[in-house]
Design a protein around this ligand. Structure first.
Ligand SMILES: [Zn+2]
Ligand SMILES: [Zn+2]
Length: 394
């Protein structure tokens, strides 16, 4: 039977079980075991992809948890944790494209054996295989071959950000990087925190690609700040792959994420003048000091590379629902969040399964109203840019 599941497909690892760093910029408490616990019992996710699972430090942690019986590998791929959560093992790697651009790609693998194979191959190209998102010196097309040969799927990460995004920095059209046949092997692109479906559908060549929206979490509390609803027959790697490909009725049926204005690269930002820019037109040089050294905003970049006047979504494109994460809603501090969780279960329960009246009884009218507005995308927002997140004002 087809059912709906919630999935966050880009969660980093800060450190292994013993505190050795994996992703330097991520929180040390973001280790494999803590991610499982947070995702299953607080966020209420059904499926997660743990990026950085190709690090031998993380592989050791995974093997220990499997040996202890805390989790088990599924025959159809993926790892099951306590009957609540399925984990897909993934990696994020950085290319060096022919034009000099550097692009981040996500890779998802069916099982531990396959990601170990991938990890072993990558040791030839990466100077420290223990660390996350390392430069490989390989082009995207070369990475695609390697990932495909080890049974994995490759997806451009945060595709529009000025920081190592496929379109955000390196390319204007896919043909600059891939042949038609290679492009067809890429099932999806990740929108990133500063873009949504509306913006991405300014680019017609993406009409055949699935969009995914993920947290790119660098700390436990950021898990699930963006996520997807997948329609599948059960949760495992095989079903996940079908959903990304949109085959046999499996698909992504909704994206949930930040209003792109909350992302830290939404609009162009001049570092000389310390100022961001709004308006309908893309900004690629500073109107004040004429500097071209801007951090180009995601919206500005998309409007610049698109030859279209408007955004046109293909018929089967699922809705993108703007949400504000619970912890960022005005009035919700740690104590209120704890109260909500102890009454209603998980964040997915609070966001998707509870009525405003029920919430009102526990947190009062004002906060319940804030939650309702944040769920429906009506919150008031101050846009972000130049590496600074936007803010929810009320
Ligand atoms: Zn990245
Ligand atoms: Zn990442």
């Amino acid at each position: 039977m087809l059912q709906n599941y919630f999935a966050d497909l880009h969660i980093h690892i800060g450190a292994n079980q013993h505190g050795s760093p994996v992703k330097i910029t991520a929180s040390r408490e973001l280790n494999f075991a803590n991610i499982l616990h947070e995702s299953a019992f607080y966020k209420g996710l059904d499926l997660i992809a743990v990026i950085d699972a190709a690090s031998p430090l993380v592989i050791n942690d995974i093997e220990r948890l499997l040996a202890r019986g805390e989790m088990t590998e599924l025959a159809e791929g993926g790892i099951k944790y306590r009957d609540r959560l399925v984990i897909i093992l993934g990696a994020e790697v950085e290319s060096r494209e022919k034009n000099g651009g550097q692009v981040h790609y996500l890779a998802y693998f069916p099982d531990l054996a396959k990601i170990k194979e991938f990890s072993a191959i990558m040791t030839e190209y990466i100077s420290n295989i223990n660390l996350s998102s390392q430069a490989t010196g390989l082009t995207g097309a070369e990475l695609l071959r390697i990932i495909d040969s080890t049974g994995g799927l490759m997806v451009p990460a945060h595709a529009f950000t000025p920081h190592k995004g496929f379109y955000g920095r390196a390319f204007r059209v896919y043909t600059e990087a891939f042949s038609e046949e290679e492009w067809a092997m890429i099932p999806a692109i990740e929108l990133g925190l500063s873009a949504d479906t509306y913006l991405a559908d300014y680019i017609p060549e993406l009409s055949s690609k699935t969009f995914i929206s993920n947290s790119d979490a660098h700390s436990l509390k950021k898990i699930g700040r963006e996520y997807n609803r997948l329609q599948m027959k059960g949760v495992n790697f095989r079903e996940f792959k079908l959903a990304l490909l949109g085959r046999q009725q499996r698909s992504i049926t909704a994206n949930y994420g930040l209003d792109p204005r909350l992302g830290k690269y939404h609009r162009s930002y001049c570092q000389e003048c310390d100022q961001g820019f709004g308006g309908d037109k893309p900004v690629d040089s500073c109107p004040h000091c004429r500097s071209k050294q801007l951090v180009i905003g995601v919206k500005d970049r998309i409007l610049t590379i698109s030859r279209e006047k408007e955004s046109r979504s293909p018929e089967l494109r699922p809705p993108y629902i703007h949400q504000v994460p619970l912890v960022d809603i005005p009035g919700i501090g740690p104590a209120t969040l704890k109260k909500l969780l102890s009454n209603f279960g998980t964040e997915m329960d609070i966001i998707h399964r509870r009525g405003v009246d029920e919430l009102k009884e526990i947190v009062g009218e004002k906060i319940a109203g804030n939650i309702a507005r944040a769920r429906s995308g009506e919150a008031i927002i101050k846009p972000g840019g130049g590496g600074i997140y936007g803010k929810v004002m009320g």
